[in-house]
Design a protein around this ligand. Structure first.
Ligand code: ACM
Ligand code: ZN
Length: 622
């Protein structure tokens, strides 16, 4: 335990609890993310002590596992483990309530009892998540260490998700993440009632899953030369260089991750990205290239359109390869879906390749897009043969969608809308709301990446297109591509709090005016993440600098996602603070100025990072 005041890793912050005198003040409402569909708070409390018992009711393996999970989450803070019995003070009740569906729950907290009711174990698990977030953060110092008492505000909650697909994707190819890190990621997303982990297992920069029938995929495709530095600018692997960076998951590793995810009601969707994004596979099996496979796995150097990274679609060996890979993947992963990628397939080599050209002629395919569609149709048949359904990125629309395919729409919502109109199921993940690899605030003070997706952009995501129907929309997910994410700490930084915003939108539903009620809860969850040593970005506090032209004059608008921020600035190369000019209206640039410096304050204290931008840079941003 880190400290006597140890906060619950999961508790909502800010409740002041004075348990020793039995006089308990719950002076703040719990900050729940995602916000429940219905919540009625009462002015009383339930006291959690070391004597509190978890009642499993109809005891089965799943109820025991949830009780163990709950103890696992509580005990680092309490120092004790709650006893488990048939009847308890915190009672799990499996019931039959049509209102709740498969994942909904009722959570009734009264002064002497807590009841979590659900149709299925998943609902009990989500009720537990809410209960854990209801627990206050602080405990009084005069409490005896081994008999801490927590007060939980009484409430009646009825809650269920808006969408069945609430996910996060982690790209483990561009950078390698251990199975322990993957499980930590799953644990963190499950705490926010997300239920899908999309595992991007293969790409040009590393093949990360053992395929026993094709051993070179892991042996040769998972390792590359060690590099740091700017992605796409890196020096390629030299012929004599050792491959010391990388790794792959064995079948045993994967089974371990799957069992872990199952205990958190998280589905795991493997992605094997074909026919493009296959450079690492071509290094392992060069005969699958149209002409000449690259000799080394890409280290983050430029190659697109120069080195081959697409499987030859004209070669029957490619289809034998796909049969083997997807049969093994299907036998390992229990979910009904397998993601086959299908995105950004470079077809420049296909158009020159004799085998590809012959295949197009033989199959009466008018262009390379139809050749891609042909390959994906065949792949769908392979998946069906193995009892699985196919998901692919937006580009699988090109040349005609496979009959039963589910589309993951990333190039805006358009592909998703088109697929839904053709009665295909859709998962919405448009870049402007869901791409967690993008900047989340002013680029000058963020680790290098590209484009912008602020926390409020993620929060303002509505998976259902305006005027459209929800019928075919399974839900959505955040995607963390890891070209510029070399460590797990940084994966957390890029994921949270945007992942919380997506979790809320996908569970509670889109709310046009929800932002102002969301960010104060995010602040409470920052405190909780601090305690759990989970990394996150505080970019929402930084100023937003927006240059624009007005009658040929360069003007600058300053703003902040957090509405009660004050913004101070300078043009004279000194650091701004609350004694320098305060931003009131769009700025004109004083003659001769070289830099604009900006900082945000809240309640008289600096809140965001100091931003320094040259005037030349501002001119370029228009
Ligand atoms: C993608 O971002 N290429 C799916
Ligand atoms: Zn070819």
């Amino acid at each position: 335990m880190k400290k006597l005041f140890s906060c619950l890793l999961l508790g909502c912050a800010g409740l002041i609890v004075s348990c020793s005198s039995d006089k308990i003040n719950l002076d703040e409402n719990p900050a729940l993310i995602p916000v429940p569909q219905n919540i009625k708070l009462e002015n009383d409390f339930f006291k959690l002590t070391s004597g509190t018992i978890i009642g499993l009711g109809k005891s089965n393996e799943e109820m025991v596992s949830i009780a163990n999970y709950m103890n696992e989450k509580l005990s680092p803070a309490t120092g004790y483990s709650l006893d488990v019995a048939h009847n308890g003070d915190i009672q799990f009740v499996l019931c039959s309530d049509t209102l709740l569906g498969d994942e909904g729950y009722r959570l009734d907290i009264s002064s002497d009892k807590i009841e979590i009711k659900a149709n299925k174990a998943a609902g009990i698990f989500y009720g537990v998540q809410t209960l854990l977030q209801m627990l206050p953060k602080e405990i009084k110092s005069d409490e005896v260490q081994d008999n801490k008492v927590w007060a939980i505000k009484c409430a009646e909650i009825v809650d269920k998700p808006e969408f069945p697909w609430r996910g996060l994707m982690l790209d483990v190819s561009r950078h390698w993440f251990t199975k322990e890190e993957v499980m930590k990621y799953i644990d963190e997303l499950a705490e926010y009632k997300m239920n899908v982990f999309h595992w991007h297992l293969t790409d040009d920069q590393g093949w990360r899953i053992e395929i026993k029938s094709l051993p070179r995929l892991a042996e040769a495709g998972s390792m590359r030369a060690q590099r740091v530095g700017q992605w796409w600018m890196r020096e390629p692997q030299r012929p004599d260089e050792k491959t010391t960076y990388g790794g792959y998951y064995t079948h045993e590793d994967i089974k371990e991750v799957l069992a872990y995810a199952k205990s958190r009601y998280v589905r795991v969707i493997p992605e094997i990205d074909v026919p493009g994004h296959s450079l690492a596979a071509l290094v392992a099996y060069p005969e699958l290239a149209c002409f000449k496979a690259p000799e080394h796995v890409n280290v983050g150097n430029k190659f697109y359109g120069i080195d081959e990274n697409s499987l030859c679609a004209g070669n029957e060996k490619t289809y034998e390869f796909l049969e083997k890979v997807f049969a093994e993947v299907a036998s390992l992963f229990p979910d009904e879906y397998i993601h086959i990628g299908g995105d950004e397939c470079y077809k420049g080599f296909w158009s020159k390749c004799p085998k590809c050209r012959k295949k197009m002629k033989d199959e009466h395919l008018k262009d390379e897009k139809e050749l891609q569609s042909y390959l994906i149709h065949r792949l769908e048949k392979i998946l069906h043969k193995n009892g699985k359904k196919l998901i692919g990125w937006s580009e699988i629309l090109e040349g005609g969608l496979a009959p039963d395919a589910t589309l993951m729409s990333w190039i805006g919502m358009e592909g998703g809308i088109k697929a839904a109109k053709a009665n295909h199921q859709v998962i919405m993940t448009p870049t402007q709301h869901c791409y967690l690899d993008l900047y989340q605030g002013e680029p000058n003070v963020e680790p290098n990446t590209y484009s912008m997706c602020r926390l409020s952009d993620s929060y303002n995501f509505n998976p259902v297109p305006e005027g459209g129907s929800k019928k075919y929309i399974l839900g959505g997910q955040g995607n963390l591509w890891c070209e510029s994410v070399p460590t797990f700490r940084h994966a957390e930084y890029m994921t949270w709090p945007r992942g919380w915003a997506l979790a809320e939108v996908l569970w509670s539903g889109y709310s046009e005016n929800g932002w102002e009620k969301f960010w104060p809860r995010v602040e409470k969850h920052f405190e909780r993440a601090d305690e759990a040593q989970i990394n996150y970005a505080r970019s929402m506090y930084n100023a937003i600098v927006t240059p624009y032209k007005e009658n040929d004059e360069l003007k600058i608008k300053l703003g902040c996602e957090i509405s009660d921020s004050d913004i101070y600035y300078t043009f004279d190369n000194t650091d701004p603070d609350m004694f320098t000019p305060k931003y009131e209206k769009p700025l004109s640039i004083p003659e001769g100025a070289t830099w604009l410096k900006v900082v945000t304050y809240r309640n008289g204290k600096p809140s965001g990072k100091m931003i320094t931008i040259t005037i030349d840079e501002l001119k370029k941003r228009i």
